[in-house]
Design a protein around this ligand. Structure first.
Ligand SMILES: [Zn+2]
Length: 79
């Protein structure tokens, strides 16, 4: 079978359409993972409501704005 230019263009366009949902799923997965990782480290101070990131794994974290001790909340996974 001979590949004509019209067939080649047709296959190329159909292949591009097939790639769009694949890339969107990959992009969404990576975005959700990044967001979950950021939320896991986020602490909101119980006194001044200052939101900050704390990457240590200690249970008590100190607020950088007011110095209050905050207990890290345990987040349960959805699902
Ligand atoms: Zn605070």
């Amino acid at each position: 079978m001979e590949l004509t230019l019209a067939n080649f263009v047709l296959y190329f366009v159909l292949g591009s359409f097939a790639l769009v949902p694949i890339f969107s799923v990959i992009s969404r997965t990576l975005h959700a993972r990044t967001e979950n990782r950021a939320l896991k480290n986020r602490v909101i101070c119980r006194l001044c409501l200052h939101a900050f990131e704390e990457r240590s794994h200690t249970r008590i974290v100190h607020c950088p704005a007011c110095g209050a001790d905050n207990e890290r909340k345990v987040r349960w996974k959805r699902g």
